[in-house]
Design a protein around this ligand. Structure first.
Ligand SMILES: *Cc1c(COP(=O)(O)O)cnc(C)c1O
Length: 401
């Protein structure tokens, strides 16, 4: 508990957390079941190539998302590429810039051009109005992102794509077991892609999945995933190896078994943060619509510098010194990253990217840690101007270290 600003670790005090409080520590389910499944795979001697665990995992994911087909992959980045290829896209693809770099990379790696679109200033979801102005003769589709697991104006995006005769796909990496207007995420656009990376809500060490109701798209994606094979010695198209292994599926199934337990833990964490930050001036938690399913895997704080007197970046610096490894998601926005920077400016994306800070949650984080972190955040917010002034008065060399 800090009594004065000088006790902050940033100014030489003892860090609040002795061991780092990390973002994205894995939600680990029942180890015994995982090892039993893994043992079964070793006993069968069937470790990849359409094994029973992958088939079962695909079934479970399809059922949870309400989709007819699930094509499990080794990660979401490749699943996005399979979706884009299977949908036959070329030329330009409209994507939000407020997302993880993988969304844009998946497009660019295939030789297509990502065209960055601005987002809603409040929700961070792709703005259909701005997207409409970016559609041109080379546009083949819109790749939306359900940022923080929240759908945004999906009916309008669907209508927009339909009206212009272009495709619609979703990067649903954040949104497993979430809903929009009561419909499960996974049932929008031509296909949606989930990530089962270790940091995600449900994980398979590394993993991903494409879900779709389109029989032909699913068949193409399955073949593309497996070197373009359509029969034992028959290669119909240029494919890739994007298969999920049985070991990953063993973890994925075990993780899915505990999905509701993870969700409840995360929801509890989110409520605890909400209560703990209610009295932190200028720090607002991103809220979730109680009428929708969410996985609460992301706790995102927005820092209003005009109220706290403390910028998001300074708060981040203060937290890092206390051993709180918060992340500036998704700073600065893909359109300002080296491979994509071309002078495009997106005011809403940049404003959100400049004030958002993702805080640690997941089953590895508990109430006691959240209470301590909230106390620290309240202290920083109330003493924002003093902290900022003290950092401002430091010699430049000390500041850089
Ligand atoms: C994690 C993530 C990805 C990449 O997923 P991988 O499974 O690691 O390839 C893509 N898009 C978003 C929005 C993500 O958060």
């Amino acid at each position: 508990m800090k009594a004065v600003v000088g006790e902050l670790a940033r100014f030489g005090g003892t860090p609040e957390f002795r061991t780092p409080l990390r973002l994205g520590r894995p939600n680990i389910g029942d180890r015994a079941r995982f090892f039993a499944r893994l043992g079964g795979a070793l006993d069968r001697g069937w470790l990849s190539n359409g094994g029973p665990l992958v088939a079962e995992f695909e079934d479970r994911v399809a059922r949870i998302t309400g989709a007819r087909h699930c094509v499990a992959t080794c990660n979401a980045t490749l699943a996005l590429q399979l979706a884009i290829r299977a949908a036959g896209w070329r030329g330009e693809v409209i994507v939000p810039a407020l997302t993880f770099a993988a969304t844009a990379h998946a497009v660019a790696w295939l030789g297509l051009t990502p065209v960055f679109c601005d987002v809603d200033p409040v929700t961070g979801g792709l703005d259909p109005g701005h997207a409409a102005t970016l559609i041109g003769p080379r546009t083949s589709g819109i790749l939306g992102v359900h940022l923080w697991g929240r759908g945004h104006r999906l009916d309008e995006l669907t209508e927009l794509a339909h009206r212009h005769g272009i495709g619609l796909l979703f990067d649903a990496a954040h949104a497993f077991a979430c809903s929009w207007r009561g419909r499960p995420i996974g049932s929008f656009g031509a296909a949606e892609v989930f990530s089962f990376h270790s940091t995600k809500f449900v994980h398979a060490f590394e993993g991903g999945a494409l879900v779709t109701d389109d029989d032909a798209l699913a068949e193409r994606a399955r073949s593309l995933r497996n070197f373009g094979l359509t029969g034992p010695d028959e290669v119909a198209q240029v494919g890739v190896n994007a298969k999920m292994s049985e070991a990953s599926a063993a973890m994925g199934l075990t993780s899915v078994d505990s999905l509701e337990e993870f969700r409840a833990h995360n929801a509890h964490n989110h409520a605890r943060y909400t209560a703990g930050l209610a009295a932190a001036p200028g720090i607002r938690l991103l809220a979730f619509d109680p009428a929708e399913d969410n996985n609460f895997q992301y706790v995102v704080a927005e820092v209003d510098e005009t109220v706290t007197g403390l910028g998001r970046d300074t708060l981040h610096e203060v937290l890092l010194a206390e051993n709180v490894l918060a992340r500036r998601y998704f700073h600065p926005g893909c359109h300002l990253m080296a491979p994509y920077r071309d002078g495009t400016r997106l005011p809403h994306t940049e404003a959100l990217a400049a004030r958002s800070l993702a805080l640690p949650t997941g089953t590895a984080v508990g109430a006691e840690q959240i209470d301590r972190l909230c106390r620290l955040l309240r202290f920083a917010a109330r003493n924002g101007r003093a902290i900022q002034d003290r950092i401002g008065a430091e010699p430049v060399i000390a500041r850089a270290s």
